[in-house]
Design a protein around this ligand. Structure first.
Ligand code: SF4
Length: 377
């Protein structure tokens, strides 16, 4: 099983597509080491995320605690605090670190509201490479403002010898956003084709399957159904900063339990979790985030192997790429169907603006204002 642990909702970026930074948690209310110690061993993948996880002063202790519990441990970070990350990578060179970057210097800093953010991220990545990290990479969210720069970002990552992870604009209670839609879905989707074509030239298996993940992102961007059914609550889950366990980070009604009050087994084997999995099976959201897509691609019997469908797609299109033939995107994606948005809300850059954050109360339930639904079509 995969698990994301949202250590904090504090964040020192000011992204236009995620408003966590406007709604920080109180440090003393955030999931504690004692609570995290209740997690069992044997996870396939654990992701430490936020908010910005490097703002937790006890991040090294969290890593010490979680590293033995999982085959892969990832930190998702804005990369602005290399002083917190370098000692961790020196101690655990196999730890996966993904630094969010949204484009060239001007584009990144505008989208993420980060003064000098791009330069700090590159510096941080170089420091992590020098520290001996062997699973490092950048992560980008496709959106109208950066989609013409994603091939360059991929090539930059490749030249630095690091990975390039992707996602598309998304709504979710975690992000405090329910209006993240592309302005021009077709144009964004077509740009993703260029990235897939470039990725299929690679020889490493990870990049080839990431190309397939990006095909799923085209479907998500156009508003189509998911390529593969969602496995939230069964193959992946989220722990939020208040120790609440959710099947996913999109629908706030998929709460399964609380890790402070219950054991992990009580939560996963309880009636509430079963009811939530029933809702997941009927869920009509069009998510294709890494957590939901990667686990859905995974073979049910052998976690390290993919399902036959994605594997076949990769083999066929790698051969086509070798022979210089284009990938027949029209065969996999019906471009004549593009979801029509009624109102498109333009995303504002928060670079250089002043805005007061509203610290979240400690008492539950934290997402009541979102119970009417999040829509990712
Ligand atoms: S498809 Fe539904 S259950 Fe799955 S991640 Fe999206 S909102 Fe959650």
């Amino acid at each position: 099983m995969d698990l994301s642990v949202i250590l904090t909702y504090r964040c020192d970026s000011r992204c236009s597509m995620c408003h966590i930074w406007q709604n920080p948690t109180q440090p003393k209310a955030e999931v504690s080491l004692d609570t995290l110690a209740k997690l069992p061993g044997g996870f396939d993948y654990l992701n430490i995320t936020g908010g910005e996880p490097t703002l937790r002063r006890d991040l090294m202790e969290v890593v010490d605690l979680l590293h033995p519990k999982t085959a892969v441990l990832e930190i998702s970070t804005n990369g602005l605090h290399q002083n917190r990350l370098v000692p961790i990578v020196e101690k655990y060179p196999d730890i996966k670190v993904r630094i969010s970057v949204e484009g060239s210097e001007a584009t990144n800093n505008k989208i993420r509201g980060e003064e000098n953010g791009y330069a700090k991220k590159i510096e941080c990545m170089e420091a992590l490479v020098a520290a001996g990290g062997c699973d490092l990479g950048f992560a980008t969210t496709f959106q109208d403002e950066n989609v013409d720069e994603i091939v360059d970002l991929y090539l930059m990552s490749r030249d630095m010898g690091v990975e390039f992870a992707t996602s598309a604009l998304h709504n979710g209670f975690q992000f405090h956003k329910n209006d993240n839609y592309q302005y021009d879905r077709l144009s964004v989707a077509r740009h993703v084709e260029d990235l897939i074509t470039e990725m299929m030239k690679a020889w490493d298996v990870k990049t080839l399957f990431r190309a397939y993940l990006n095909l799923g992102l085209i479907a998500k961007i156009l508003g189509h159904d998911r390529l593969i059914a969602c496995t939230a609550g069964t193959q992946f889950a989220f722990v939020d900063p208040w120790s609440d366990v959710y099947a996913c980070n999109v629908r706030p009604d998929l709460l399964m339990g609380n890790l402070t009050e219950q054991s992990w087994d009580e939560i996963l084997q309880g009636d509430v979790a079963d009811q939530q999995r029933t809702k997941v099976r009927a869920c009509e959201q069009n998510c294709w985030m890494v957590a939901s897509a990667k686990t859905a691609m995974r073979n049910e019997h052998f976690a390290k192997l993919p399902k036959p469908g994605p594997a076949l797609w990769v083999v066929i299109n790698k051969v086509r790429s070798l022979f210089g033939q284009p990938i027949p995107f029209e065969k996999y994606v019906d471009y004549s169907i593009v979801h029509k948005d009624v109102d498109v809300v333009h995303r504002e850059s928060h670079l250089g603006t002043r805005q007061r954050a509203k610290v979240q109360p400690t008492e539950s339930r934290h997402y009541d204002q979102f119970q009417d639904g999040f829509f990712n079509r």
